[in-house]
Design a protein around this ligand. Sequence first.
Ligand code: ARG
Length: 576
Amino acid sequence: MACLFRRAIAEQVSRIVGLPSETVAQSIRAVPVHRKHESPDFQLFVNSLLDDIHADANFTVQEKAQKLASKLNCDTVISEIGADRGSVTFKVHRDLLIKTVLHKITQDGPRFGLNTDLLSRIPKGKTIVEFSSPNIAKKFHVGHLRSTIIGNYIANLKEAIGNEVIRINYLGDWGLQFGLLGTGFSKFGSEKELRDNPLEHLFNVYVKINEAAEQDENLRSSAMEFLKRLEGGEAQAVSLWTHFRELSIQEYAKIYKRLGIHFEEYSGESFYREKSQHVLQMLRNRGVLKEMENGTGVVDLSEGLSTYKTVVRSDGTSLYITRDVAAAIDRIEKYDFDEMIYVTDKSQQTHFQHLFKILQILGEKHSIRCHHVPFGRVQGMKTRKGDVIFLEDVLDEARTRMLQNMAATSTSKHLEDPARTAEKIGAAALIVQDFKGPLMSDYHFDWDRALQSFGDTGVFLQYTHARLHSLQGLWETKDLTDFNISCLQEPSVISTLQHLLRYDEVILQCLDDYQPRYLVNYLMGLGHLANVAHRALPVKGSTSEVAQARLLFFNNVQMVLANTMKLLGITPVTNM
Ligand code: ARG
């Protein structure tokens, strides 16, 4: 779509400036829609394009733009050429704009805007996204929630542009908490409760045994004892641990499903405990492991990071960092990935710097393909039960609050499954609230603000989507190929289509630093434009020719809206 236009413009320009048309095309941008007046469709910044070869100090950029503009001609694609603040501006023929964009959406469906020239230049391959990664028997805190939704969005984005994506959940499934759990379960545990509600039950047992162990030396040593048995691979201890782990994973998977999230692999720290020994050996072989008198082992990272990193405890047990090195090496061998992205809160930034540095010291070429995407803290996310302990609580809270709002304002009675609808809207509200700002910023979470139906919220997006979807019932016969272009000349249609020309540019921006806010802003823009058009262009009461054209337009906008919401991890509702 935009490709056709960019190519046509680039060809003309390339003849005049003597640069390959692909190079020129890269400097052409769709113009963001202006609220008040009609803007041109594309612009070409002469500065970025011409500076090297046409460096001519006697001309201002505006003069250069005017000069270039004066040499270009309108043709079958371009209908107007101008110069504005250092860029040459282009308008394409309205009929061609309408026809091309709408045809492209119909033809490409969910791939719309994702297979363009601009995006095809990006190298594709195998991407691992590791995210969520909660710790069994401990709180699922807001950091895990953020990791879950951000990681899912990054995975979706990568997949959408044609990568093979492997989603990994790296569970905190090893460590002292399992010693305590092993002891605690025989004291406070119940097999029935474990089966009914594993996450909550293990958490409760863990809290109780922690309290009890503080007072009781015997319990502490029995916990250490259990951990030793576990570390030593003793069958009974391992079987109990496996039982805890398996039931927890089943439960996690169920809850992730409520968010439409899945993982290709549930791995965990436990898996790399033994492999850590191998890492230590590798470090030793490279001569970079310093074994200290007290028995700990450290790696010198002073070149570059000016620090020493402990990789093995004095009792020989592995550490978080060592398990991460082992996990990374394992993934290199298993997947030979092209890139690996870890999503955690920013408190782990140094940890990942150390990890990547150690991989580099070990000579792992893949180290440069590993990235950490950090994010800030959230304050104030509480549920009626108090602090967030389980992911389920957050989802329940969002659903309950949304159900109440719906009961107060709308006719939710006509809905087949109001709770399910409320859940999808509530999740959208959470996601949008979280994705609106820069990822690194801390922010204060506010349920009321997130759940407002106006303004830039997930609820607003869902409303807009449902509103457009409700037009489906008005088709006489649904035909997405036949429509009269002259029925779609209104400004509200044109601005919406202009906005769609920018789709791939926004995706490109997201791929650059993974900030979801570009896509959220873009989607809000689309939602507002769609609402303006919906008010301005009634379908009911129009002649059937006009109705057909408008329905097709709204149908296509709804499709793009839905697909983009899905990229963000939102499940669009069709009724609310
Ligand atoms: N389980 C860890 C935590 O809750 C997060 C794991 C992050 N991933 C990693 N490869 N270290 O803090």
